[in-house]
Design a protein around this ligand. Structure first.
Ligand code: ZN
Length: 474
């Protein structure tokens, strides 16, 4: 069962009638489903209640992702997914996958030959079959398989604060509803995930803020506004502009649920058309964040804070050199390593630069990934997660060498290292980590503007030197 806009549209009136009748007669709870997002397909999966918990059919879950078959024999159920064998038993909370024990976080249910597993255990069970991560948002019934997260940024237009621009890392097509004082965008089919902070505030009198939330298998962005706004999509489907109706281009207007339309030919005035989605070239990742403080550099200095400050300097230095850059963690948020890599892989950037700080050593250490020996075969719908970096490792080493050269020109002590430093190995594009340490023994130097400036300027110059190679490798 895959999402298809046409069939859903036709089904709605009947579904509403059925639901009203059902609610009136039996007060039955609304049917729940799990939204599954993967590179192979996005699809909804019905959730059933057994033993007081949420369950899904495992065969139905794996079916869109690969070759799957199952057989039951008494209380035993055997499932083959590609070349992987899973053995389950009715009433048992453990299964065997390829002969290894797996905790299901609840008891397996076998019903008429159909194997049901608890939703709560999916993020630990699925990687055993798929060979890559599965990230479950249990409260909102959303399951992310592999590198699929769609991230977004929102900003008001500097020229016109009554226009709000959303940029997504992949095309989106939400349902848009406007009501008094609010524009509501609901993303059911897209793996849109939360920004660093769920509340976004803007320097605009008419559009003060937007909030992100998720639930019932969907993500929702609500924009608060004091004026009527309509949504228009840019040609690539990655940009949504909310603007007052009189200023919108008629050809780009979109009714709720309609597919994104192609933009009209070049507008007479360039400032009237929404800016094209900016192609991100560099992703700068301020490592750690939130409750992960990183190293306690001193009694008052946490690594996570130094990293954000340094990342912002680095973005500025890269942008000065014409390199479009996004800071992956631009606030005090805790983002998982998997999400950081997934964001980068989806952003179609050319280079990923993780930033760390350390109190020990001198100058800068530059890391490239140390890949697991022998690697792993690609399994299921996506590239092997632990060795995603394989195809770009040479480019990563060239980037590190170029950055090292520029740091040496600035008399900064520099060492080049390979390390099993996540998420470098999960990133598909050129990826380096830059760890800054004091030039001498004074740790407070790490927080100094001058020092951050000096190092970020050299790092940016090193990246700019090999821009052509990075573009060619993209
Ligand atoms: Zn660190």
């Amino acid at each position: 069962m895959r999402w298809s806009k046409d069939s859903r549209t036709k089904v709605i009136p009947l579904a509403i009638l059925t639901m009203v009748a059902t609610l009136a007669l039996f007060a039955a709870p609304q049917e729940k489903h799990l939204s599954v997002y993967s590179t192979a397909a996005n699809y909804p999966l019905p959730i059933v209640q057994r033993r007081g918990h949420d369950y899904v059919g495992l065969l139905e879950l794996l079916e869109p992702l690969g070759a799957v078959s199952a057989k039951s024999d008494g209380k035993r159920w055997r499932l083959h997914y590609n070349n992987i064998l899973g053995e389950f038993s009715e009433g048992q909370s453990h299964a065997r996958i390829q002969g290894h024990d797996a905790d299901l976080i609840g008891k397996f249910v076998l019903e008429n030959g159909r194997g049901l597993v608890p939703v709560a255990g999916l993020d630990s069970l699925l990687p055993r079959f798929l060979g890559g991560p599965a990230n479950l948002h249990q409260d909102s019934y959303r399951l992310f398989i592999g590198s699929v997260a769609t991230h977004f940024t929102a900003s008001v237009s500097p020229q016109d604060p009554s226009r709000l621009l959303f940029q997504f890392t992949a095309p989106v097509n939400p349902t848009v509803a406007t009501e008094h004082g609010k524009v509501r965008m609901i993303f059911t089919h897209e793996p849109v995930i939360a920004p660093a902070s769920p509340t976004l505030t803007f320097e605009s009198k008419t559009i003060p803020e937007a909030t992100y939330s998720e639930g019932n298998g969907a993500a929702e962005i609500i924009v608060n506004t004091t004026i009527p706004l309509i949504a228009s999509f840019s040609a690539d489907g990655k940009t949504i502009t909310l603007s007052p109706p009189k200023q919108a281009e008629p050809t780009a207007n979109v009714t709720p649920g309609a597919p994104p339309q192609r933009a009209s030919p070049p507008a007479t005035s360039a400032t009237n058309s929404p800016p094209a989605a900016r192609r991100i070239f560099a992703v700068v990742d301020a490592s750690h964040g939130g409750d992960d403080h990183g190293e306690a550099l001193s009694a008052t200095l946490a690594e996570k804070d130094v990293n954000v400050a340094f990342a912002r300097h680095l973005r500025q230095e890269l942008e000065i050199r014409g390199i479009a850059t996004i800071v992956l963690r631009d606030s005090d948020a805790n983002i998982s390593l998997d999400d950081r890599a997934a964001f980068t892989n989806n952003a179609r950037a050319a280079i990923y630069i993780a930033v760390h700080a350390a109190s020990s050593g001198h100058g800068v250490r530059l890391y490239t990934a140390m890949l697991p020996y022998g690697g792993e075969e690609d399994k299921g719908p996506f590239r092997s997660w632990p060795t995603a970096q394989q195809g770009s490792i040479v480019m990563s080493q060239e980037a590190a060498a170029s950055v090292a050269g520029e740091l040496k020109k600035q008399q900064v002590a520099v060492r080049m290292l390979t390390a099993p430093l996540r998420p470098l190995n999960n990133v598909e594009i050129a990826a380096i980590a830059v760890e800054i340490a004091p030039s001498d023994t004074d740790v407070s130097q790490l927080a100094s503007q001058d020092y951050q400036q000096q190092i970020s300027s050299a790092v940016a110059a090193g990246i700019a030197n090999i821009r052509a190679q990075l573009v060619a490798a993209q």
